[in-house]
Design a protein around this ligand. Structure first.
Ligand SMILES: N[C@@H](CC=O)C(=O)O
Length: 313
């Protein structure tokens, strides 16, 4: 497992996968299944793996946290950058930061808060600073709405070293038209520490603003395709990237229609990549009709991920 610093090169090293969490029937982590999923990611060129929203970390209790970290460590590919999450509430964030302080993860992501959860911006900044101090390392800040942190606060957290990176995931009808992201880039002064945090859909537009790293859920099904999407953008071939995006899109459309998290959990299982098992309550697996829709789309995407399928294009 990678244990070095979080810098710009690391943020851009590979697509940052945000996979589901594989559990057994007792809701305990299933490291052998997690390893199958990690091996699939590695085979597709993915070396950064973030356990966050898609793994339903919002519902991970402090008592279960150590066992999940054990499973992440045990199943981590050699030199993979593994990123667990903490929060979203202050008490859990602090308790989890204390547990993480004895582990080797270079950073952890702070899960975002949204209304009607009670918070103030000053309180969020204070909480992140206290959690980073307890962890003893910089955190990754997840921006999912405009209410929690303004650009100046984010810039301060980066400048002082409390934050190592920002996962930017504020949804816009047109991601090229995003005044908040523009203000964030102005306040921070560079896109070096900011990754796009919402899958491939906005990435081509945000590439134009200087963002060069991104997170993805669907990469758990099609890591080679998502890696090819990133390589096409790096090579200055946005049309090729868009053609690859069109192959990823049916699953992403289904995720937007039904549930981002539940469809991904189902898709990894139905495609036969790994047995994801039950979801942590308060979430639950899809019903039979939706699961059947996901199976067809997930299997088609997995076939498209195969190198021979790409070569045939
Ligand atoms: N939510 C996005 C990116 C992950 O954070 C996805 O699931 O694709």
């Amino acid at each position: 497992m990678y244990q070095g610093v979080v810098d710009t090169a690391l943020l851009r090293r590979s697509v940052i996968a945000v996979p589901p969490l594989c559990l057994n029937a007792e809701l305990r982590p299933a490291p052998a299944e997690m390893k199958r999923l990690h091996d699939h990611l590695t085979a597709g060129g993915v070396t950064s793996i973030l356990y966050g929203g898609n793994a339903a970390f919002y519902h991970v209790g402090v008592a279960d946290y150590g066992a999940i970290l054990d499973a992440i460590e045990e199943s981590a590919p050699a030199d993979a950058w593994m990123i667990p999450s903490i929060g979203p509430d202050f008490g859990r964030m602090m308790d989890q930061a204390a547990i993480l302080s004895t582990r080797a993860f270079p950073t952890a992501m702070v899960l975002p808060v949204a209304r009607p959860f009670p918070f103030t911006e000053d309180g969020v900044v204070d909480g992140i600073r206290r959690a980073a101090a307890r962890f003893g390392r910089p955190l990754t800040v997840y921006l999912k709405n405009e209410a929690a942190l303004c650009p100046a606060s984010v810039a301060a957290l980066l400048r002082e070293g409390t934050a190592a990176a920002i996962k930017y995931a504020i949804d816009r009808p047109d991601p090229a038209d995003d005044a908040f992201l523009d203000a964030l880039l102005d306040a921070v002064g560079s896109a070096d520490r900011i990754v796009s945090g919402m899958g491939e859909r906005p990435v081509i537009a945000q590439w134009g603003k200087g963002l060069r790293g991104f997170t993805s859920g669907s990469v758990s099904i099609a890591p080679a395709l998502s890696t090819a999407f990133k390589a096409a953008l790096e090579a200055g071939r946005p049309d090729e990237a868009d053609a690859i995006w069109q192959r990823l899109r049916p699953l992403e459309d289904l995720r937007d229609e039904i549930s981002q998290i539940r469809v991904l959990h189902e898709a990894v299982d139905q495609a036969g990549i790994a047995a994801t098992g039950p979801m942590l309550p308060l979430l639950s697996r899809l019903g039979a009709a939706d699961a059947a829709r996901v199976r067809d789309v997930a299997k088609a995407l997995l076939s498209a991920n195969h190198p021979t399928a790409q070569a045939a294009e």
